[in-house]
Design a protein around this ligand. Structure first.
Ligand code: FAD
Length: 408
């Protein structure tokens, strides 16, 4: 059974891995001409995603590539005394098992694990889909047309497959009050195992690098009272908006804003949450950010993308390749995790970028408390939280190995 996957970042290759393992024939088409190796940002894998990586036999390779950012220095605008936070303790509140890794390193790891069993087509994109009772005719922007049994969009928040099948993304995208930017810059602060965060009311800056990285990243998050009319590809205006939003901040911020003129890789987007009641139609479904991003950098969306890909492949195999039953089971199995991730993301976005001096103070005190308390107490306290901060660890993974039938 031939399955076309659009997108070779996280969800796409994980899905391809499991589909190939169950006997399907996956092809991955990726718009970029090669795997992306500049820019990118750190992402988090929590317990269920780590378990899947372990089942793929990639745990030691994952660990070898982790950023190793174990300490966080928290600064507050206008306050001299920094707070030192042990990141492992901070994460304990959320998950017992966690790795932070650069997204591009993770994508490379998954690509390397699948390159021999999966067909990859780089530098192309789906132009049109025409479904009939027996399959889907796919037209590409560059390559010759081909026919597949199923098509899966794993092409990110601004998914092409979602647009082709479900229509304009504005129908599903909900802005959750903040903006996000990341730029690549020289690691002129010499950070390796430490990140520095500067918090102010309505804005946050993080400078970080990693043990394998020659350069660094500056991440900016800020709130605006209303959504800005700014296209996600209008880079000049995005940089202008960022300069305005962070004007007047101390520490290294003036230097970081200067680096905007020189950066080789810049990303800017609204923090948007996708809300689709269903993400499957006919022979097409979506996986990862394309179908259910709870919002970048706030909802553990990388873990959700890995779990989603694993569940989709498993349910399709368990249904013997019957996409109607398989897609229904996929949505049923993942639905609760998706809905709870949205709530988690709303909560994180609200707390991470403080909207008042008091909220900022409370955030700093919480970080201080967590870094001083024994991990067992942190875990116990977090379990009392009604906001479900241990969302990811509460996800139980099915083992599809026994029931999965090899598809023809
Ligand atoms: C700035 C930033 C910071 C983030 N921080 C975190 C974090 O701290 N923790 C966390 O867990 N997550 C974080 N995320 C989110 C995380 O990156 C995503 O959840 C994760 O990468 C989702 O994987 P995905 O494979 O679904 O989509 P993506 O990683 O977005 O990959 C989509 C792929 O599809 C390709 N593609 C796009 N259009 C087409 C097309 N037309 N045809 C073919 N291919 C196409 C893209 O090139 C890309 O390779 C952050 C995201 C951003 C942007």
């Amino acid at each position: 059974m031939r399955i076309l996957i659009s997108g070779a970042s996280v969800a796409g290759p994980v899905l391809a891995y499991w589909l190939a393992r169950y006997g399907f024939q996956p092809t991955v088409v990726e718009r970029s001409p090669t795997l992306r190796k500049t820019g990118g940002h750190a992402v988090d894998l929590f317990r269920p995603a780590m378990e899947i990586v372990e089942r793929m036999g990639l745990l030691s390779k994952l660990e070898a590539k982790k950023t190793g950012t174990d300490r966080l220095t928290l600064l507050r605008e206008g306050v001299d005394r920094p707070i030192e936070v042990d990141v492992a303790r901070l994460v304990t509140a959320v998950s017992d098992r966690h790795v932070e890794i650069m997204r591009d390193d993770l994508a490379e790891l998954f690509h390397d694990a699948t390159r021999d069993s999966v067909e990859y087509v780089f530098g192309d994109s789906i132009a049109a889909l025409a479904e009939d009772a027996g399959g889907i005719d796919v037209t590409f922007e560059r390559g010759a047309p081909r026919r597949f049994d199923l098509v899966i969009g794993a092409d990110g928040l601004h998914s092409n497959v979602r647009r082709l099948v479900f229509g304009d993304e504005r129908r599903f995208a909900h802005w959750i009050g903040a903006y996000l930017a990341v730029m690549t810059l020289p690691n002129y602060l010499g950070l390796k195992d430490r990140s520095i965060t500067l918090g102010d009311v309505g804005r946050l800056v993080v400078f970080y690098s990693g043990q394998h990285m020659d350069d660094a990243r500056a991440l900016f998050m800020f709130r605006t009272p209303r959504e800005l009319d700014i296209h996600y590809r209008d880079v000049a205006r995005q940089k202008g908006v960022l300069r305005e939003a962070f004007a007047g901040l101390g520490w290294e911020v003036p230097r970081l804003l200067e680096e905007l003129d020189r950066t080789p890789a810049f990303y800017f987007d609204s923090i948007t949450q996708l809300r689709m009641d269903t993400w499957s139609r006919g022979r097409v479904t979506l996986a990862g950010d394309a179908g259910y991003s709870p919002g970048p950098a706030v909802g553990g969306s990388t873990s959700l993308a890995i779990v989603g890909a694993y569940v989709l492949a498993g349910e399709l195999a368990a249904a013997g390749g019957d996409h109607v039953r398989g897609f229904q089971a996929y949505e049923r199995e993942l639905g609760d995790y998706v809905r709870r991730s949205r709530t988690f993301a709303l909560h994180t976005a609200k707390n991470l970028v403080s909207s008042s001096r008091f909220q900022l103070w409370a955030l700093v005190q919480a970080a201080r408390l967590i870094s001083l308390a024994p991990p067992r107490m942190t875990r116990a306290l977090s379990k009392l939280s009604s906001k479900g901060v241990r969302l990811h660890d509460s996800i139980a993974l099915k083992d599809y190995g026994h029931q999965a039938r090899v598809a023809a």
